[in-house]
Write a protein that binds this ligand. Sequence first.
Ligand code: PLP
Length: 363
Amino acid sequence: MKAKEWISGLRVYEPGKPIEELARELGFDDVAEIVKVASNENELGPSPMAIEAMQEAVGEMHRYPDGGAFYLKRKLAEKLEVDPKNLLFGCGSNELIVFLCHVFLERGLNLVMGAEAFAVYFLAAALYEGETIRVPMPEHTHDLEAMLAAITPETRLVAVCNPNNPTGTVVAQEAIDRFVENLPDHVVAIFDEAYFELMPEEQKPDVLKHIRAGKQNLVVLRTFSKAYGLAGLRIGYAIGHPETIDLLNKVRQPFNVNAMAQAAAMAALDDVAHLVETREMVFQGLEFFERELPRLGIETVPSGANFILARTGNGREVFQALQKRKVIVRPMDPYGLPDHIRITVGTPEQNQTTLDALKETLK
Ligand SMILES: Cc1ncc(COP(=O)(O)O)c(C=O)c1O
């Protein structure tokens, strides 16, 4: 066989092992004892209303889903105060990142991103032979001026994760507005707001106002994976100018978002109590880690999301030692942060277990 030459050089995203497999390898009997705080999931679980909607939808799974996500689009448009034409759904917001790279990149073109930002941007650009320009992030934060300055005539996409994964840092509204104003026409800016609903109100950026005002080269990405606790269903969305959305829609497969995901997302949008409870859990958890980790001599980075970057020293060793104590975090060496781990904020009990395991590990 003769595959395209550059495909064999692609790097593959390495997901963590299934928790059951890890338990088997480490010789633990009870999977329930393992605290997995490695993937920024919602440890409260899905909204009970979403669970009920999924149970009701089960009997209809012989049908193809609504490829246009008509009802969900209408409901979400109303909530976001945009037109349904401004929206497109994906199999996770991850798929929308791939659509953006598919539409805008090819050999010789590039994507600008933060040096410590979400790795999928790098991987998705490479899928279309796009290069990545990585811009340093002072104090682990996107430097929007430097990102603008890094744009070349060959740049087609610039990605800002806000808050950023894995650093949790947030960029301020004035910086965003200046960036949008100075963005060259040949570049589409992506504001990846995967953690938007979990941010403290006063930190929430307003990028949608630029889209409502008709800005064409701007796309916001959000997801049901984080605040709504539906990561397993794979559903996220893009908000953009109708012409930009139409372009992304051209590379979308007809039934990319499954029917169960659409049903659950509809219900999750109505469950205000679950969102409030989730936000409370996250704020309390962040406070806990910001207070307790420095007592162990571990520096933390201020976070606007449901995880915290912690400077433990030798992140990979700490990750392995924690695993033996039944706590799974994420080592940060793939992000060029070998001294750090990333901890997802969980329930108070999970947070305490994680802290106790860290104390033992660092003894
Ligand atoms: C910044 C950022 N963007 C996008 C995603 C992808 O989310 P999903 O594909 O589950 O919507 C994640 C998930 O970790 C993320 O952290």
